[in-house]
Design a protein around this ligand. Structure first.
Ligand SMILES: O=P(O)(O)OC[C@@]1(O)O[C@H](CO)[C@@H](O)[C@@H]1O
Ligand SMILES: [Mn+2]
Length: 440
């Protein structure tokens, strides 16, 4: 598709849009919480490293406060001057913007996807440059609190998994297909538990999990590609071992729903191996890093109720047997925190693209991944999903996304209007969702 035909990128330059509200209100709120978290660290760093530590920690607080102020006053973004391995990518994107637009990118005028990703990368650069806080995960306490608040749902979902997949329960193919649909939807709705949309406010699965009311949630799934995925996996399974990839999103309850989905897919032998792709750095408040993955397993394997500890034990066996693998290499994980639409992956991360081209199915979790799949452009809602991928088709793929940004494609005529009439915030409240597939 020629660039001149493309819709405009979502941007905070359009007052009243969700992007505008995000940059004007939600991002400053996230940064306020971040400054507060780092301020609370000053004492700890001083106790460990004396005066130097205090000065260093206060410098981090000062830089984060300055970042917040620059956003709120729509100042230009700046070159990144840290030593993280992807810094050149970010400065290349900065130069390309200036060359293309003839002006510096600012928070309210540059594309929303670029400035929001840039913000989280800038935070990481500030932290990484500090002398004594360079490995501090500024969102760790929020992520860990969110898991603690979701424990009832974790226990309930573990029991649900156990009851559904116990001895003799997986003999009937139609029943397995029905369970496949359930566990895909459970992983989908796990995506509501995201700490960026909530501006860092608590957003755990504090009620019983989505498995308790899938029927009621069903009408909010606007595009449902479950049948296509079921047929695809069964077709592949007839000819070869099935390997899939899950591009993870949020830690906490969402990660748990993804692990439950993995267990179901492996136990039913629908899939033979799964690679999970975390973020390389703390990202969009609650996105899962390798460290988050590890402490989540460590925390839950000491959870005595409802078989949670035993479930984690069986997951660890699958990890040891390489049926479940967590991607750890920087070269493969770095891309997920670039500001790029996924149609740029083949150029900016060929190793990852070539790896994903061998996958039998790539499942993209969450809203930010969806925004990158479709380029965060203001597509008409009835634009076919395949069109919006703009050639990003390394393998059969599926987006499991609760909608938290005002971009939604692949709808039938009238669907958007009906949803809008039901709820004016239908695209941004995480209430509606898509299970959107692309199959060759
Ligand atoms: O990718 P996720 O965790 O489902 O959602 C990320 C998110 O909360 O952050 C951005 C807004 O700040 C949006 O993409 C979305 O609302
Ligand atoms: Mn997220």
């Amino acid at each position: 598709m020629m660039d001149l035909d493309l819709p405009v990128p979502l941007s905070a330059s359009y007052k009243g849009t969700f992007a505008y509200g995000t940059v004007k209100d939600r991002i400053p709120k996230i940064l306020t919480k971040l400054v507060d978290t780092c301020h609370k660290q000053v004492k700890n760093v001083e106790e460990l490293h004396g005066k130097d530590g205090c000065v260093d920690a206060l410098s981090v607080v000062g830089k984060l406060s300055q970042l917040r102020s620059e956003i709120m006053t729509d100042k230009p973004l700046t070159y990144l001057d840290d030593t993280l391995p992807d810094v050149h990518i970010w400065n290349q994107r900065f130069d390309a913007y200036v060359k293309d637009k003839g002006q510096l990118p600012t928070w309210f005028t540059a594309p929303w996807l670029y400035i929001e990703c840039y913000m989280y990368r800038k935070i990481q650069g500030i932290i990484h440059k500090s002398k004594f806080m360079s490995n501090f995960d500024t969102f760790m306490d929020q992520k860990q609190r969110a898991l603690e608040q979701s424990l009832d749902a974790v226990r309930s979902l573990t029991k649900f998994l156990h009851d559904c997949t116990g001895a003799g329960k997986l003999n009937d193919c139609n029943h397995v297909k029905s369970l496949f649909s359930d566990f895909i939807q459970i992983s989908l709705w796990g995506n509501k538990c995201d700490l960026s949309i909530s501006g860092g406010e608590e957003n755990a699965q504090s009620t019983a999990g989505p498995h308790e009311n899938l029927q009621a949630l069903h009408k909010f799934v606007l595009v449902n590609g479950i049948d296509k995925m079921w047929k695809h996996l069964n077709t592949v399974q007839k000819n070869k071992q099935v390997h899939i990839d899950i591009i993870l999103d949020n830690a906490g309850f969402e990660l748990f729903t993804d692990l439950v989905l993995c267990e179901f897919l492996l136990k039913t032998k629908l899939v033979d191996s799964i690679r999970l792709h975390p973020k390389i750095m703390p990202w969009f408040v609650s996105d899962v890093t390798n460290s988050d993955f590890q402490w989540t397993l460590d925390r839950l394997e000491s959870e005595p109720l409802d078989g949670v500890a035993e479930f984690i034990g069986s997951l660890r066996e699958r990890i040891n047997d390489k049926q479940i693998q967590l991607e750890r290499s920087d070269a493969m994980t770095m891309f997920w925190s670039f500001p790029d639409a996924f149609c740029r992956m083949q150029k900016s991360s060929p190793q990852l693209y070539n790896y994903l081209s061998k996958s039998d199915l790539i499942i993209f979790k969450g809203d930010l991944n969806y925004r990158k799949l479709v380029g965060d452009l203001d597509w008409p809602h009835e634009t076919p999903f395949a069109t919006t991928l703009r050639g990003f088709t390394p393998a059969p793929l599926c987006a499991l996304r609760t909608s938290k940004a005002n971009v939604m494609v692949g709808l039938e005529p009238g669907q958007a209007e009906r949803a809008e009439s039901e709820d004016e915030n239908w695209m941004v409240a995480g209430k509606y969702a898509v299970i959107q597939t692309w199959m060759p």
